[in-house]
Design a protein around this ligand. Structure first.
Ligand SMILES: Cc1ncc(COP(=O)(O)O)c(C=O)c1O
Length: 398
């Protein structure tokens, strides 16, 4: 089938890259040892800190998010160290696998893939560790495989309540610049992030935001590291340079994306994501389908994962939607394969992108013969209009 118009890329990352960012990257490749580069380097290394809400250093790797996961571990830990990680879904299991490959002993707190990390469980496990053998707590903030968001601030309070000195490592790959996040205030030691989701950039760059405590830990950490070594990176970063070839054109894109985020305002960006997520859930409920996340406090604002009724194939539904409406939706991963589909509503996104997305899903449900009730699109529209009305008086006053 020949498709016209734009493809709808509604997976939960990589996300759609705004035209402004694409145009900003459409530049000749520059000399990464030049004064011109140093200016760009300094500007983005400094500017990106606001998105993490940190006054500390943020390092950038020309790598996908997986590289930044590895960097967080190898810079702070030593072989045989004990770490605690909550099972939230597919991505927590991948992070666990990396930790184990490096010889870390992982206390993997079992989970159902329908809830986030629980502060009470964290507090009791840390209190039980009277000898402080647990060196790091690892949490995936927004579990992209399930649409469940763990409460990073409350988990911080649980670590404090247990008076435990463990480092706090958080994966924000699908939450940064989409869901409220505060590296400094929540005293996170390493925040791991990627370029291809809330930051509205193509894939290919990832980040570690680093606390002073994590920097101190890196001085004695014994895991082998070369490419990922923070110290090697931080030295040239001070003057805007990198220890190896940086992804120069992605940095042009980052500069533009940071400008766009500043124009909109981070808090407005979070509210926008909350609102679109709420409208999406209104549609799912109207269809009579089940949301994977079981805890309303943990609903993700960047994606919604949806179960199909027993016996229905979610991959077939996605294929029907792709074929007929040229829209990509997220697949169920590992144990959820074929059972769920995921709607990405993060990054460069607006009300009509959401309505187009949900229309494609509703038409697809019908075409694929999935039992459901009609009216999801209308329910989402009502949800959007309800929150639109609330903002009207302010608009008039201006
Ligand atoms: C929460 C989370 N962590 C880690 C990753 C891995 O990142 P990457 O695929 O960029 O290596 C992803 C990718 O989607 C993710 O969503």
């Amino acid at each position: 089938m020949i498709h016209t118009g734009r493809h709808f890329l509604q997976i939960p990352g990589p996300t759609n890259v705004p035209d402004r960012v694409l145009r900003a990257m459409d530049m000749p490749v520059m000399d990464h040892r030049s004064a011109e580069f140093a200016q760009l380097g300094k500007e983005v290394l400094d500017g990106v800190r606001a998105v993490f809400k940190t006054a500390g250093p943020v390092v950038m790797y020309p790598a996908s998010g997986t590289g930044a996961w590895e960097a967080a571990l190898v810079n702070t830990l030593s072989p045989g160290d004990r770490v605690l990680l909550f099972e939230t879904g597919h991505f927590s299991s991948l992070w666990r696998a990396i930790a184990e490959k490096f010889g870390l002993k992982v206390d993997y707190v079992p989970g159902t893939w329908r809830h986030g990390a629980t502060p009470a469980e964290l507090e009791s496990r840390l209190k039980a560790d009277t000898g402080h053998t647990i060196k790091a707590v690892m949490v995936v903030h927004n579990e992209t495989s399930t649409g469940v968001t763990s409460r990073i601030g409350e988990l911080r309070r649980a670590i404090d309540a247990a008076k435990h000195p463990a480092l706090y490592l958080v994966d924000t790959i699908s939450s940064l610049a989409s869901i409220d996040y505060r590296h400094d205030e929540w005293r996170v030691d390493v925040t791991v992030a990627g370029s291809q989701k809330g930051l509205m950039l193509p894939p290919g760059m990832s980040f570690n935001a680093i606390s002073e405590k994590a920097l101190r830990a890196s001085e004695t950490a014994k895991l082998p590291r070369a490419y990922w070594d923070w110290q090697e990176m931080l030295k040239p970063n001070r003057t805007g340079f990198f220890p190896y070839t940086p992804p120069t054109n992605l940095l042009y894109g980052l500069r533009e994306a940071l400008l766009m985020m500043k124009e909109e305002g981070l808090e407005n960006i979070f509210k926008r994501h909350d609102r679109h997520a709420e409208a999406t859930r209104a549609a799912v409920r109207a269809w009579g389908l089940e949301i994977v996340c079981q805890e309303p406090k943990e609903y993700s604002s960047s994606l919604t994962a949806v179960f199909l009724p027993e016996g229905q194939d979610a991959d077939k539904l996605r294929a029907v939607i792709l074929e007929n409406f040229d829209m990509s939706l997220g697949a169920g991963l590992s144990k959820l394969a074929g059972k769920i589909f995921r709607i990405g509503h993060l990054g460069a996104f607006n009300d009509l992108t959401l309505m187009g997305t949900l229309s494609g899903v509703e038409m697809g449900l019908k075409l694929a013969g999935v039992p459901h009730k009609a009216g999801g699109v209308l329910a989402a529209m009502d949800s959007l209009m309800a929150s639109q009305k609330k903002s009207e008086p302010a608009a008039v006053a201006r």
